[in-house]
Every structure is written in structure tokens, then in C-alpha cells.
Design a protein around this ligand. Structure first.
Ligand code: AMP
Ligand code: ZN
Length: 115
């Protein structure tokens, strides 16, 4: 989608600190990190949020996003103490960028419940 910031990152039109990419997904460090480890895993294709993954291949794509998220979390040093895997969805979920993304946060203890 032409005015989507994450589509532009996926297309290489906006720079990012890339952690991983393949033909289907991309991972990069969050620009405003909320923890020592904070990166995002996104599909290359423009899917607005997790509730729009209902089409063909949606379950496999979600599986791939989460699987890569945990693999990269281990690579980033969170294997022993763990991390948080978050998908914000729409306004009540606190989503600000309308392109599906998995947050991975780690490197410090995180509070619960969220405010
Ligand atoms: P959410 O509020 O769940 O939609 O999260 C959007 C996330 O995208 C926030 O944590 C932002 O800091 C992050 N973000 C926005 N623009 C960029 C960018 N250009 N590069 C990396 N992260 C970004
Ligand atoms: Zn997009």
C-alpha cells in the first residue's frame, strides 16, 4: 500500500535496522525501543492487522511470523530469560501502524498487566 510506512520499509524505500528477511517476512529493530531488545516481525504483503489474516495462507503466515519471532528472540540473547511477543490490533489494542506486526521485547523484566 502506497502510504504505509511498513510497506515502504519492506520495499526498501525507508531505511531500517534489518535483522532478517526472506520473500515473505521481514524483521527489523523498532525505531523507538521500549526495552533493550525490541524488534518487529512483519509480512511483506500489506495485511492491516491480525484480524485480517483469514484468507488462504493466513494461518501458515501467522505461524511463520511467530516462529521467526521466537528464533530471532533467542538470537538476540533472550533465550534464557525470555521475552514478550505482542500483536496490537486496532484502536483498543493500541495499534498505531496499520500493517500487521509482531513486537518482540526483552532484555529487562516487563510489567503485567499492561496499562
Ligand atoms: P503499534 O503501536 O503496535 O502499531 O507499533 C508500531 C511500532 O512501529 C512502534 O513501536 C513504533 O516505534 C514502530 N515504528 C514506527 N515507525 C518505524 C520505523 N520507521 N522503523 C522502525 N519502527 C517503527
Ligand atoms: Zn503496509
Amino acid at each position: 500500500m502506497s502510504d504505509c510506512i511498513f510497506c515502504k520499509i519492506a520495499a526498501g524505500e525507508i531505511p531500517c535496522r534489518k535483522l532478517y528477511e526472506d520473500d515473505e517476512i521481514l524483521a527489523f529493530h523498532d525505531a523507538v525501543p521500549q526495552a533493550p531488545v525490541h524488534f518487529l516481525v512483519i509480512p511483506r504483503g500489506h495485511i492491516r492487522n491480525i484480524m485480517e489474516t483469514g484468507g488462504p495462507g493466513g494461518a501458515a503466515l501467522l505461524g511463520r511470523l511467530l516462529y521467526k519471532a521466537q528464533e530471532l528472540a533467542v538470537e538476540q540473547g533472550c533465550g534464557e530469560r525470555g521475552a514478550r511477543f505482542v500483536i496490537n490490533c486496532k484502536s483498543d489494542g493500541g495499534q498505531t501502524v496499520d500493517h500487521l506486526h509482531v513486537h518482540v521485547l526483552g532484555g529487562r523484566p516487563l510489567g503485567w498487566p499492561p496499562g
